[in-house]
Write a protein that binds this ligand. Sequence first.
Ligand SMILES: Cc1ncc(C[n+]2csc(CCOP(=O)(O)OP(=O)(O)O)c2C)c(N)n1
Ligand SMILES: [Mg+2]
Length: 334
Amino acid sequence: MAETPKAAERIALFERMLLVRRFEEEVLRVAQAHAYVGRQHLHIGHEATGAAVASVLGPEDLFHTTHRNHGYLIARGADPGRALAEIMGRKDGLNSGRGGPWHLCDRAAGFQSTSAMVGGSVGLAVGAGFGLKKQGKTAIGVAHFGDGTLDEGICFESFNLASILQLPVLFLCENNAKEGQRPSSMLAARALRDLPAALQIETVVVDGRDADAVRDAAADAVAFIRAGKGPVFLQAQLERWPGSHQTRPEFPTGVTDLTLAWDRDRISGTHADWIRDHDGILLYAAKLVAEKAVSRDDILAVDGRVTSRIQAARAFAEDSPFPDAASAADGVFA
Ligand SMILES: Cc1ncc(C[n+]2csc(CCOP(=O)(O)OP(=O)(O)O)c2C)c(N)n1
Ligand SMILES: [Mg+2]
């Protein structure tokens, strides 16, 4: 088990989580303003997992993500302005406005691709692990995916290959399904981890709301993988954010109010249970303050910084033009 990090590292982790939350809230505002067409898959409620895993990876580690990709891009250092511009289809977007929300990618931040094909990230990360091992590198491949991905055939084949070849791959599974509900009900295995475990892959299950627990579990897993001991399946248990399935963009749990972390009696409304018990951002803020690692003012100062960054990101994205019509065929293979 890793040593308890210093307060400065924990507040940095909190800032990383909050940056993702405020970014996703801005994406919702953009959607409400009809500034992009399509459905958003936000990482709200998954930030403690995403930011904590991102905090233990190095810049050379090759990450592959899914339709629920924004959080990982932002947590690994992609520029929020260019990411938002991409989501809005603008010229200065990370992918010149051609990727959009589902294919948002940033090579410079360690992303090879984003695949909205459920299961795509798993096969791609195994390929990355194979290449990195062949090149004798210490970097690892990472596959982010959800519980619903385990019923795709590519998972079995990828786990099997990674295990047989002892590839340096972290399989990061965000389980946001209620037990017995779709999509994990499509899997005949008793538990998600049974599938990789049957193929001799190390499995770890962690409380995905607890940033400290995820950081420690991810640090141990990454050290194991870098030591050449083979892949690890890290499963983060999460409770789906009530806005996750929405077709009309709204804020079902409100814009995050950090003062609720220490003023819990004010938590109310239809989704009070989720806000109180499952919002990893409020839980981490409450924990840091309770342990006197930081003060309430420190938390609010982080929010001020993060909020200004996101406001600047929105302004940058709004200022960026749409791509020129004449460039429509640029980047097309054939
Ligand atoms: C191959 C494939 N089948 C179906 C879909 C449609 N689809 C998009 S998201 C999704 C559910 C994914 O669930 P999970 O992996 O648990 O991720 P979560 O959205 O819960 O984070 C499905 C079936 C798809 N994108 N790709
Ligand atoms: Mg899921």
